[in-house]
Design a protein around this ligand. Structure first.
Ligand SMILES: NC(=O)c1ccc[n+]([C@@H]2O[C@H](COP(=O)([O-])OP(=O)(O)OC[C@H]3O[C@@H](n4cnc5c(N)ncnc54)[C@H](O)[C@@H]3O)[C@@H](O)[C@H]2O)c1
Ligand SMILES: [Zn+2]
Length: 278
């Protein structure tokens, strides 16, 4: 597999530089954060929070924050893996002109990558839906602890995006807090299902993709249109698309190459093949 034609083509494309990376949940599974769909393309969970549910009821927000209060620490503890480090290395070598990630875990930056566009936001930030103010998740964590002294819950399952499944009776007793400057509703600074990515961010990604020499997709099933549209954009401009992903993706028909391999080993091998930085 590594060493085959797809891998050789990948090495050639990356060595030419001008690579725009579009990463997804598959890049972070080796850090212990589950993806949504996995290799078979089947969804691992039936009910991700939607924007409409979140804004629709105080009860849904209580449920969300209680579960997330517990679950986000799992993501906060995660460390970048060999794949994230390889991406940062490729960028440091000047081969990467942009990084667009669908992940909300901050692991690209933790590995040293710069100017990462977080298409779906970041789980370690919180935003106020009234005044738009952004605060750190650490601060919210502290306020939620203070509002819920003695609250202890046990996670049954940790879902992607730092959502922990906990028993209903443990959710009932959880108190949510509001924006400390205006009293507005707080929301994690992530794009929920059913919510649009801010236009300005989308346009930035289109511009970046349009100027790429290669669009390299890492660990995304591309099921979500939010990421897939950039693959189409590249395809329409005859910009080669390369995909490294375990399992099929919706972008395979648009791709010059699709390498089915685990990302840590594949990207480490890619770096080795490129040779020492000049
Ligand atoms: N880490 C995170 O921040 C995180 C985690 C889960 C979901 N999400 C959100 O959910 C959505 C999920 O869409 P998506 O396309 O990013 O993910 P996805 O779950 O739809 O697809 C992930 C793909 O990566 C593959 N994969 C898993 N581990 C791999 C590995 N080690 N090497 C190579 N391939 C591997 C899977 O087989 C799958 O095809 C995104 O919009 C994202 O915002 C984020
Ligand atoms: Zn506010």
């Amino acid at each position: 597999m590594l060493g085959g034609l797809a891998f050789k083509t990948l090495v050639r494309l990356v060595s030419d530089g001008g690579v725009v990376i579009l990463s997804g949940a598959g890049l972070s599974t080796e850090s212990g954060i589950p993806d949504y769909r996995g290799e078979t393309g089947r969804k691992r969970r039936a009910d991700p929070m939607t924007y409409q549910t979140f804004i629709g009821s105080a009860e849904a927000r209580r449920r969300y924050w209680a579960r997330s209060h517990l679950g986000w620490r799992h993501i906060a503890r995660a460390e970048p893996n060999a794949g994230h480090h390889a991406v940062a290395q490729l960028q440091a070598r000047g081969l990467v002109s942009g990084i667009i990630t669908q992940n909300v875990d901050g692991l690209h930056q933790a590995a040293g990558a710069r100017k990462v566009i977080e298409l779906h936001g970041a789980i370690d930030r919180v935003m106020c839906m009234s005044c738009g103010g952004r605060t750190s998740r650490g601060l919210l964590d502290q306020r939620l602890r203070e509002a819920n002294p003695g609250w202890h819950a046990q996670a049954i399952v940790i879902n992607p995006d730092g959502d922990a499944v906990i028993a209903d009776d443990q959710i009932d007793g959880f108190d949510v807090v509001d924006c400390h400057s205006c009293g507005g509703l707080l929301k994690p600074d992530v794009v929920f299902f059913g919510e649009n990515v801010p236009r300005i961010r989308v346009d930035e990604c289109y511009a970046l993709t349009g100027e790429a020499r290669t669009l390299l997709v890492l660990g995304s099933s591309l099921t979500v249109m939010s990421g897939f549209r950039f693959v189409r954009h590249a395809g329409e401009r005859a910009i080669p698309v390369a995909i490294v992903n375990q399992g099929a993706t919706r972008g395979d028909d648009h791709a010059l190459l699709a390498l089915d391999a685990p990302l840590g080993p594949a990207l480490t091998a890619l770096l080795a093949e490129l040779g020492p930085a000049s």
